[in-house]
Design a protein around this ligand. Structure first.
Ligand code: HPA
Ligand code: ZN
Length: 342
């Protein structure tokens, strides 16, 4: 089964590029750019990755991102993630970036987006990996600052497919950004938002009804409302679930408690993603493997989760069909092979 997971072509829809900064690159860039980080060694960094909730992670995640200064740094960051895509058989990825983490430190929007974009272009040319970029607003900052960021992004609009909402969820409900999302929609951006990662179901309702999003990032708290579950099933709204992240940030006590299999069995459109893989003990395959080891997912479940990701992505219908065919080729092959042996 683990070999099967590795072989399947996959899409990733919930990945913060700043969350793919591995300790080795963080250390290297800190040295190069003469940025002080509160760690003496790579081992020290790894030891600090012990989180009690979302906020305890975010504090460390923002501190780590301080080492990213030049366009080349953003290129290296993104390229390292692309190499992981190759390793994990991810053939399409939709990556988040947080421009405000960088512009607030005096790094230009252009530096950030150009570094990321160049690496993604190379990924397409060298490996055939396709991608989209989604810009997230930090929800702990003001509506005004989000509007400023939206304005700044317009120069690079062709490179950004959509907008999202991340950072500290509790106390910063989607309603705070209703007008920003309305404007982004009018400008032609696709819309997604983190909702129901830690906060109650009202945040998911607000994201759907006020922000009018097309995908919910996380959304695992939806399990607390049967009415909401029915709606998510009925409308097949994608949930970009991040199992390792949920375990590391103590959204669930342990892997056996994770509700993704329940959501899948209820008929919801759930997908598997790595969120911040450098911080949460593994990339996409490791998330699938952990689910398989703990929740008794079968081959059909895994294929369903993988297909959901392609169907829920922002690629053309034509490309979706092409990618789904590639999934089926591996799935069918496997079944024929098994039939021969049993
Ligand atoms: N939740 C909210 N904000 C984030 C996350 C997350 O899981 N990862 C990076 N920023
Ligand atoms: Zn996230």
């Amino acid at each position: 089964m683990i070999e099967f997971i590795k072989k399947l072509p996959k899409a990733e829809l919930h990945l913060h590029i700043e969350g793919s900064l591995e300790p080795e690159l963080m250390f290297k860039l800190a040295k190069k750019n003469q940025i002080k980080i509160p760690y003496n060694s790579i081992e020290d960094i790894k030891k600090a990755y012990n989180f009690s909730n979302l906020q305890s992670f975010l504090d460390i995640y923002y501190a780590g991102a301080n080492v990213l200064i030049t366009k080349d740094d953003f290129y290296s960051l993104t390229w390292e993630y692309i190499l992981k895509c190759k390793e994990n058989n991810i053939i399409h990825t939709e990556i988040f970036f947080d421009p405000q983490i960088h512009t607030s430190r005096g790094i230009s929007f252009k530096t950030v987006i150009c570094g990321i974009k160049e690496a993604l272009e190379d990924a397409r040319n060298k490996f055939g990996i396709t991608s989209n970029i989604i810009m997230c607003f930090l929800r702990h900052l003001s509506e005004d600052e989000a509007f400023k960021t939206l304005e700044e992004s317009l120069l690079f609009k062709d490179s950004i497919i959509g907008v999202g909402l991340d950072s500290s969820e509790i106390g910063n409900p989607p309603s705070k950004f209703e007008r920003v999302f309305k404007k982004a929609s009018e400008l032609g951006f696709k819309l997604v938002a983190h909702a129901g990662e830690e906060a109650e179901v009202s945040y998911i309702y607000e994201a759907l009804d006020l922000l009018k999003i097309q995908r919910i990032d996380h959304g695992v708290q939806s399990i607390k409302s049967n009415k909401l579950l029915e709606r998510l099933k009925e409308e097949q709204i994608p949930l970009t679930v991040c199992p390792n992240s949920n375990i590391e940030l103590k959204v669930f006590d342990n892997y056996k408690q994770h509700n993704i299999k329940k959501l899948l069995d209820l008929g919801l459109n759930v997908t598997v993603n790595s969120d911040d893989p450098a911080y949460f003990k593994g990339y996409l395959n490791q998330n699938f493997i952990n689910l398989y080891n703990n929740l008794e997912l079968n081959k059909e479940d895994i294929v369903k989760l993988v297909k959901n990701s392609f169907y829920s992505s922002f690629i053309s219908e034509k490309l979706k069909i092409e990618y789904i065919k590639r999934v089926d080729e591996i799935f069918e092959n496997k079944r024929i092979k098994n039939a021969r042996y049993y």
